[in-house]
Design a protein around this ligand. Sequence first.
Ligand code: G6P
Length: 376
Amino acid sequence: IMAEKGGFKHFMLKEIHEQPRAIRETLAGRVSLDDGRVYLDPTKIPDSAWEGFRRVVIAACGTSWHAALVGKSVIEELARLPVEVDYASEFRYRNPLLDEHTLVVVITQSGETADTVAALREAKHRGCPTFAICNVPGSMAAREADGVLLTHAGPEISVASTKAFTSQIVALYLLALYLGQHRAVLSAADVRAHVEQLLALPTKLEATLGQDAALAELSKEFFRASDFLYLGRGVHFPIALEGALKLKEISYIHAEGFPAGEMKHGPNALIDERLPVVMVMPREAGNPASEVRYEKTLSNLQEVKARDGCVIAIVTEGDTQTATLAEHVIPVPAASDALSAVLAVVPLQLLAYHIAVRRGCDVDQPRNLAKSVTVE
Ligand code: G6P
């Protein structure tokens, strides 16, 4: 069993550590610095359709739905297409507005989630081109969609998803670049610059995994907490949601994720000296939108401090400003705003893992949860 887990105590920890490799596999053969292009496997969607999409709708469940929210930012930014994100279980029982100029994307690690497969079928039934981001070749979603981007993260055993999530974000980034190049919104030079950043990501992830021991240490202080709050802005809001989900799934601690700007509309009432607040706040120097979000989040941090909250901040290396204010600071390597989401989730996965281990929970098989929900 230990051999199956590659020497790690749990599949979850093994899979967290596999993320650099998973992402190398997601990128392999799909990006080229030579001609500044992204290549996807052939799809049944004609080139003319790729050029003419007016809208993207993404449907998913659970952790995959959080990846979809990151994907919305990335696709809107890089391909300049409006994106809507739906829970698959909501999409399938609504009467969504769809036409042939809408690309419907489903994201599903297993490719077998009942609601997500139903959403895919509903979209096909209504004549929309469909595209699946999926980790399991030959799964239902991979077989039925008009186009498929396999994440190639390798089998994910732990119920709590980790490497599938980060590889989904990278897959969405590739899809955004692909749409951008087809719509002539991105030049070859633009695509090349993004590809360079993607190729640098696995090494940065390796550096981030070096925080494992620090997070194990941090878990000693927080494993008895009964509630956690996670806050972030922009792409770091879905990362806050994902951090909260990881913690509740495997440690059974109640946790909520919120956009940092929404604190004053409710979550502020929860803050006291017993509430750990995880603030996801990497910053991309020289990116004005990222800088603004960072400054705003920094003032949210000050509000948490004013109410005696205890802050764990995920920051970009070298952020001394935050370090003077937060009780605990976990640095991640500098990266573009979108890719810092991939780096920032890793400490949250590790924090949830170490807390769950300390609480004696069954990390790989949490109570009441299944790896894939194939019946409603
Ligand atoms: C279950 C799993 C989650 C997963 C979700 C969606 O709830 O426990 O980890 O995110 O299903 O699964 P999918 O295979 O569609 O991504």
